[in-house]
Design a protein. Structure first.
Length: 261
């Protein structure tokens, strides 16, 4: 019933309806044959449009039955007049169907254009957002650079303000030797100090190192054991234990020797 439906009703598994074979008797024209072009999924089950088609077919059959016979000139003229009226009616119906189809197509086109416009607007909004983000990043970078420059200039002004009158300050020797970047440890060449000009000052000059006679005296004073070196050859490592087991390092050496051969 309509009031009670399960989750697994028959309509979910229903196949296409079965159409059995039929035989038409001679002399009879069943009305159902006029709907032979309608199949399941293409016109069936019948809707409002199909019912209108069926009504039009019935009206046309009734009109054909009401046509006068062609036995007299008056009936022929009447028949032609009725056929012209039916033809005008058919053309009016065709024009109405074409208008409906065009309206449906226009609705589809409107929806497609609206969807395309929405997609384009979304894309434009995304591009504008990315462009705005790039401008914001550039703006923030400029602001940070201005702030760094401002802090640097403020520090310079503070340093200049400490001695704005150009007064002579007393030398603080403890502070100079405590600061490893002061002039004591790292003097600047712009104040007249050139450390490379006196580089020979720290060179060691010795008689025993710079002359041949001094080297000979040094050799005489050194013991004989110092000049005659004795190098003992290293003992080979024992890779075999007392029980005859070969260690892993020994097995690896044997494999390497075999591969080398």
């Amino acid at each position: 019933t309509l009031g009670t439906q399960t989750d697994y009703r028959d309509g979910e598994a229903q196949t296409d309806p079965y159409s059995p074979e039929y035989i038409v008797r001679s002399g009879s024209v069943p009305e159902i044959l006029t709907l032979a072009t309608l199949t399941w999924g293409r016109g069936l089950p019948a809707g409002q449009a199909e019912m209108e088609i069926i009504d039009r077919i019935r009206e046309k059959h009734a009109w054909e039955a009401a046509l006068p016979p062609m036995d007299s000139p008056s009936n022929v003229a009447k028949r032609l007049k009725m056929m012209e009226a039916m033809e005008r009616k058919e053309w009016a119906y065709r024009e109405e169907e074409i208008d409906k189809l065009q309206k449906a197509q226009m609705e589809v086109f409107k929806k497609l254009l609206q969807r395309r416009e929405e997609d384009q607007n979304e894309l434009d909004a995304m591009r504008l957002h990315n462009h705005w983000q790039n401008h914001q990043k550039a703006k923030e970078e400029k602001i940070r650079k201005i702030q760094r420059d401002c802090a640097l200039m403020i520090r310079k002004l503070i340093a200049k303000r400490k001695n704005c009158m150009g007064k002579l300050e007393r030398r603080d020797i403890i502070k100079e030797y405590n600061d490893f970047s002061s002039q004591i440890y790292a003097p600047l060449s712009r104040i007249g100090f050139f450390p490379d000009s006196n580089s020979d000052y720290y060179a060691v000059k010795n008689f025993y190192l710079n002359t041949f006679a001094g080297l000979c005296e040094v050799e005489k004073s050194v013991q004989h054991s110092v000049s005659q070196l004795k190098i003992k050859a290293p003992k080979p490592k024992c890779t075999i234990t007392k029980t005859g087991y070969i260690k892993r390092s020994g097995r690896l050496d044997a494999v390497l020797a075999q591969v080398h051969q």
